[in-house]
Design a protein around this ligand. Structure first.
Ligand code: NAP
Length: 293
C-alpha cells in the first residue's frame, strides 16, 4: 500500500527514490568520498540498504562523476537488478546516435541489458533547445532506444519547469523529472497540472532543496535546523502534493536511507499542496470561504 502507480507506466513505485548524485559527489567536510575504497563500500551499503528498506527506484546519470555513480550502482545491479526500477540519463546536445551510444555505455557500467527509464539530462531549455530535442535527433534517439528494448520508458529532467511545457504538449515523454521543493515552487503553478492532465509520471528532483534551504537557514533562522525540523517540512511538502508520484532524494548514509524510508512510510498528508491558491486574490477569497462558513 505504500506504493503508487507511476503515471501512465506499469511501475508501482515507493514514494521516495534513491538519487544517484551522491555516489559521484565528494564532500570531504562530511567525510564522504565515494572514490576511496571505504567510500565505495559505504556507497554500495547505502544502495543495498535502500533496496532492503523498500525503495524500488534508483535514478542516476552518466554525467555523475563521468560514470562513477552508474559504476557503483552497477556493482549492486549484478545481483539485484530485479529488486528495482532503474533510471539513467543521456546528453541531448547531439543527435539520435549520441543518445543511443550514451545509453549503451551506461548499460555496460550498470551491468544490465536495459533501463526502465532513459531521460534527457536537463537543464533549462530555450526555444531552440526544445526544437532541437523534438525535431533534430534526441527524441528520435529515445524512440530508437525504446524500440530496441534498451529503455522501457523515456523522459526528460528539467530545472526550470516552464521550459518543459512544450515537451508535455508534444506527448512524447512518459516521465518528467522536475526541480520542485519547498523553496522552488514554480512547477506547482503550471507544469504539474499539465502533467497530471496528460497522465505523465512525475518525479521531483532536489526535493530537500539539495541543501540550499538548509544553508540559507544557517544564517536566516538557525533555530529551524534544530531537531531536523527543516528536513521534515521539506519532506512533508513534497509528499503532500498529489501531482507528484515520487521524490528523488539524494542520500549518502545508511542512517539517512533508514530515516527517510521510515518518514515516507509513516507520513499521511493532511493537506494537498495542489490545492494551494497561487494568486493573492485567491488567497483572500479562500480565507473568506474558510472563515465565513
Ligand atoms: N538535472 C537533473 O537531472 C538533476 C539535478 C539535480 C538532482 N537530480 C537528481 O535528484 C536527486 C536528488 O537531488 P539532490 O541530491 O541534489 O538533493 P536533495 O535530495 O534535495 O537533497 C540531498 C541532501 O538532503 C540531505 N538529506 C537526505 N536525507 C536526510 C535526512 N534524513 N535528514 C537530513 N538531511 C537529509 C542530505 O544532506 P547531507 O547528507 O549533506 O546531510 C543530502 O545531501 C539527485 O541525486 C539526482 O538523482 C537530477
Amino acid at each position: 500500500m505504500d506504493k503508487v502507480r507511476f503515471g501512465g507506466t506499469d511501475m508501482d513505485v515507493f514514494k521516495i527514490a534513491l538519487g544517484g548524485y551522491p555516489f559521484a559527489g565528494v564532500n570531504k567536510a562530511q567525510g564522504w568520498d565515494p572514490y576511496s575504497p571505504e567510500g565505495k563500500k559505504e556507497a554500495i551499503a547505502t544502495i543495498n540498504a535502500a533496496l532492503d528498506g523498500g525503495i524500488n527506484y534508483i535514478d542516476t546519470a552518466p554525467g555523475y562523476g563521468e560514470g562513477h555513480s552508474e559504476t557503483l550502482i552497477g556493482e549492486v545491479m549484478r545481483e539485484r537488478r530485479q529488486s528495482c526500477y532503474l533510471a539513467t540519463k543521456c546528453p541531448w546536445g547531439g543527435g539520435a546516435r549520441e543518445v543511443v551510444q550514451s545509453l549503451e555505455a551506461s548499460l555496460k557500467r550498470l551491468r544490465c541489458d536495459y533501463v526502465d527509464v532513459l531521460q534527457l539530462h536537463g537543464g533549462r531549455f530555450s526555444p531552440e533547445d526544445q526544437r532541437h530535442i523534438l525535431e533534430e535527433g534526441p527524441l528520435e534517439g529515445l524512440r530508437e532506444a525504446k524500440a530496441r528494448g534498451l529503455a522501457r520508458y523515456v523522459g526528460v529532467t528539467v530545472e526550470e519547469p516552464w521550459t518543459a511545457i512544450p515537451f508535455v504538449e508534444a506527448g512524447a515523454f512518459d516521465v518528467i523529472q522536475i526541480c520542485y521543493n519547498l523553496i522552488r515552487q514554480s512547477a506547482g503553478q503550471h507544469l504539474l497540472d499539465r502533467c497530471a492532465e496528460s497522465g505523465i509520471a512525475v518525479c521531483a528532483m532536489r526535493p530537500l532543496t539539495s541543501g540550499i534551504f538548509q544553508r540559507e537557514l544557517e544564517h536566516l533562522a538557525p533555530g529551524w535546523l534544530e531537531n531536523g525540523e527543516a528536513f521534515r517540512v521539506c519532506m512533508a511538502f513534497i509528499l503532500s502534493d498529489s501531482r507528484v508520484h515520487m521524490a528523488n532524494v539524494g542520500m549518502r548514509w545508511r542512517r539517512e536511507v533508514e530515516a527517510n524510508i521510515e518518514f515516507a512510510r509513516r507520513f499521511e498528508p493532511a493537506y494537498d499542496i495542489a490545492s494551494t491558491p497561487r494568486l493573492t486574490q485567491h488567497i483572500y477569497e479562500s480565507d473568506d470561504r474558510r472563515k465565513l462558513k
